[in-house]
Design a protein around this ligand. Structure first.
Ligand SMILES: [Ca+2]
Ligand SMILES: [Ca+2]
Length: 299
């Protein structure tokens, strides 16, 4: 079993790592990485010939991070190694330079192509904005928190929250990210998307069996990875009375559970991974779902 854990480095580094993981192009990081380079402005530092001229259309973001993308034998070797299943640390040869620019790597050295496609997968990176999930597009109430009452993350020190409109907004929430599942690495036969989830609701227990079926839905493109509503959990039993109060009614929680979905058939495809909470019937009694440790597992 293989999985990636992102160290809590800044998001730009994670994005760069993901850029490497998701795209069949290669990167040169300029030796003078500390200063952002403005496009079209002559730099006092001389770039290698292959790094001059107008960037290709897809390279704008990379340029803003001081990255120049070119076809280059050094990084071709890196990609060949990554495609062979090596980690970044093993695939990358340090101290490569032509005297003017150096080929450097930022991000998590443990990342592999097979296991690193979800940006901020453990929600450890937090932006300065309350209503946001770094690396994801948020609609309605989605955010990153450190604890909810006595409940703490399953991995690291932060987790994501998505709700039917708790506090910040009355709009049901979602957070989503485009994820490219890599091809199955050599020697592996199964690919799974896994994450931990914990469903809190004021609808429990008095609205079990009613029309107020708040739900948690997780999807990868058109594939539903999970669709869980209030009654599914009422019927299972084992709900735990929680001390946390939203605004109405007692809150019960499921406790942390792990969802594991076989996506072998989707290996090598790109789609939007979305976590959503929804209100059914009315939006008076709220539901909150915590999510942590989203990962791609290959076996
Ligand atoms: Ca976490
Ligand atoms: Ca509700």
């Amino acid at each position: 079993m293989t999985e990636l854990k992102f160290a809590p480095v800044h998001l730009a580094a994670i994005r760069l790592a993901t850029l490497l993981a998701c795209s069949a192009f290669t990167t040169w990081v300029h030796a003078d990485e500390g200063g952002d380079q403005t496009l079209g402005v002559e730099s006092s530092v001389k770039l290698p010939p292959q790094a001059r001229g107008n960037p290709p259309s897809w390279a704008g973001k990379a340029f803003r991070q001081g990255v120049v993308a070119v076809a280059n034998p050094f990084d071709r070797e890196l990609f060949e190694n990554l495609l062979a299943g090596q980690s970044l640390a093993d695939a990358f040869t340090p101290d490569q330079s032509d005297g003017q620019a150096a080929f450097t790597l930022d991000g998590d050295p443990a990342m592999t192509l097979a296991t690193g496609p979800i940006v901020n997968r453990s929600f450890e990176v937090q932006s300065g904005f309350l209503a946001s999930v770094a690396g994801f597009t948020v609609a309605g109430d989605g955010r990153i928190i450190g604890n909810l009452g006595i409940t703490t993350p399953t991995d690291g020190v932060r987790m994501a929250l998505v709700s039917t409109g708790l506090g910040l907004t009355t709009q049901s929430g979602s957070f989503s990210q485009e994820v490219c599942l890599p091809p199955l690495p050599p020697g592996k036969t199964t690919m799974k998307i896994e994450y931990d989830w914990n469903f809190f609701s004021e609808e429990f227990l008095e609205y079990c069996g009613s029309q107020y079926q708040d739900f948690f839905q997780v999807s990868f493109g058109d594939t539903v990875l999970q669709s869980t509503k209030v009654d599914d959990l009422c019927n299972e039993g084992g709900l735990i009375h929680d001390d946390v109060a939203f605004d109405k009614g007692d809150v019960y929680r499921t406790g942390w559970r792990t969802q594991s979905v076989d996506v072998t058939a989707l290996a090598g495809t790109t789609a939007t991974l979305a976590f959503a909470a929804g209100d059914v019937g009315d939006s008076i009694y709220d539901t909150v779902i915590l999510v942590d440790n989203a990962r791609i597992v290959t076996e």
